[in-house]
Structure formats: structure tokens, C-alpha cells
Design a protein around this ligand. Structure first.
Ligand SMILES: [Zn+2]
Length: 169
């Protein structure tokens, strides 16, 4: 892994805390609305939790659960996943946080493609411009730490999609 100056990490964490400070906790029935065992477990974990208070155990154990969260819960808890990732750039949590930001769909039927694009757009529909810019900074930092170019495609796709959203402001 390429070393990232601690000052750059600290600055980005500050920007995350600042730009997401105004987001309030999603309603208890709007954490992970899908009905299945995994989503029920995610609901139990994240219900009434402040993203600033989540333990390392939660961030490690639920490394892949961002995609289960509602758009409101995704926006609220994403900062926790990004801050943990910045301290653990080679963790599964960081890997799956990048995936959660990397606009991706499988080209199948037009109908399926439309539905997937709609899903991605809904993920980011609540984000404000300063928050989207923080996401781009996060992806850039992960890319700079990634000496194997493991995340190159994901970061490129994610940045491209988020930049399009920023340009609409
Ligand atoms: Zn589910």
C-alpha cells in the first residue's frame, strides 16, 4: 500500500464530519427495509445508533452492509464507513465502501438496466454537493493508497457517476 500522509487523512475526516453533521438519523422503520434475515440483522445493528459512535467491531463485522441500507440510512451511516476505511485502508470495510460508491450495473435487458440505474441514482439522491465532493476526495485517497491498482475501475466509475451528479448542482 502507498503511504498516505496522516494530515491528508485527518483533513478528509474533518470534511466528512463537517459535511454530514446536519444529517439526522433515519426513521427506525427506514434502516434496511427489505425483509430477510440479513436485513433484519442490519436493522438491529444500526437502529438508533449514531454513526459517530459505532464501534470498530461493528465496522468490521458489517463491512458489506451499506448496500442493504435505505437511501436515508446509507447517507447517514456512510461517513462511519469512510472514516473507518481511512484508518484501515486495506480492510474489507474499505473495499466494500468503495464498491458502495462505484456506480455499477450489469448490462442485461433494457428494463433491468433502467432499474439498476434507478437504484444507483436513488442511493445518491439525498446527497448535497459538499457531501458528493467529499465522496470524490475519499475515492481519490483510496486510489492513491492502492499500489496494486486493485480499485482503479471502481474508483473511475464511482467518480464519473458522482461528478455527473455534482454537475447538476
Ligand atoms: Zn434483505
Amino acid at each position: 500500500m502507498n503511504p498516505i500522509p496522516t494530515q491528508r487523512i485527518a483533513k478528509l475526516k474533518e470534511a466528512i464530519a463537517l459535511s454530514f453533521a446536519k444529517i439526522s438519523h433515519p426513521a427506525p422503520n427506514n434502516i434496511a427495509p427489505h425483509q430477510c434475515e440479513e436485513c433484519a440483522e442490519a436493522r438491529e445493528t444500526f437502529i438508533q445508533k449514531d454513526w459517530r459512535m459505532l464501534s470498530s467491531d461493528v465496522m468490521e463485522g458489517h463491512f458489506d452492509q451499506l448496500s442493504l441500507l435505505s437511501p436515508e440510512a446509507f447517507q447517514f451511516f456512510l461517513p462511519a464507513f469512510m472514516c473507518f476505511s481511512l484508518d484501515h485502508l486495506d480492510s474489507p470495510t474499505c473495499e466494500f465502501t468503495v464498491y458502495a460508491l462505484a456506480f455499477n450495473y450489469t448490462r442485461k435487458t433494457k428494463e433491468e438496466t433502467d432499474r439498476q440505474i434507478e437504484w444507483w441514482d436513488s442511493r445518491f439522491s439525498l446527497f448535497e454537493k459538499d457531501q458528493l465532493l467529499v465522496l470524490i476526495n475519499f475515492l481519490d485517497l483510496v486510489k492513491d493508497s492502492d499500489d496494486r491498482n486493485y480499485f482503479q475501475d471502481e474508483v473511475q466509475r464511482g467518480k464519473h457517476h458522482i461528478e455527473l451528479l455534482v454537475s447538476k448542482y
